[in-house]
Design a protein around this ligand. Structure first.
Ligand code: OFO
Length: 177
């Protein structure tokens, strides 16, 4: 079993990851409303990735015979005043998630729970990538400024992100269902 203090924090992290998915789905809806379909597509891919993160924590608890408790989720935000504000929020959200992963590492070390180390090491690396990606895109959106044509080019580029195979967030996956 996982030490109780760590198990509680891991259950909270399942919720944090699902809230991330929920936030990015709201972001997708916002981008669709602006006809920025590439950015909407990118956010749907991201929402899928966040559910995988949640499942990694859930499986870890289950594999170690520790109870999973799905907690109430909150919706972080549903409206933005501009694409720039949204991408800056995404970056700030990823920084928040990094702080939560760091807390988990601290608790695991305090509790000498060495078996959680491989999972948490994966998330430390993942958060470096997640923060770098969100920071890069929000920087690019900032550079674009008021240029609609540059924004559309960036939108097209972000629309090239691939869904994991069979993703339920991919409209093509359920079009034939
Ligand atoms: Fe965006 O990395 Fe999980 O939450």
């Amino acid at each position: 079993m996982i030490p109780q203090r760590l198990a509680k924090a891991l259950n909270e992290q399942i919720k944090n990851e699902l809230e991330s998915a929920y936030l990015y789905l709201s972001a997708a809806a916002y981008f669709h409303s602006l006809s920025l379909d590439g950015m909407a597509h990118w956010m749907r891919c991201q929402a899928h990735e966040e559910t995988i993160h949640a499942m990694k924590f859930m499986d870890h608890l289950t594999d170690r015979n520790s109870p999973v408790t799905l907690l109430d989720m909150i919706q972080h935000k549903t409206r933005w005043i501009s694409p720039l504000e949204l991408w800056q929020d995404a970056y700030a959200h990823e920084q928040f998630i990094t702080s939560k992963i760091n807390e988990l590492v601290t608790i695991a070390r305090d509790e000498k729970d060495y078996q959680s180390e491989p999972l948490l090491a994966w998330f430390i690396s993942e958060q470096i990538e997640e923060e770098a990606t969100a920071a890069k895109i929000s920087g690019e959106i900032d550079m674009v400024g008021d240029s609609k044509s540059a924004l559309l080019m960036l939108d097209r580029e972000l629309g090239g992100r691939a869904f994991p195979p069979g993703s339920p967030f991919d409209p093509l996956a359920y079009a034939q269902a």
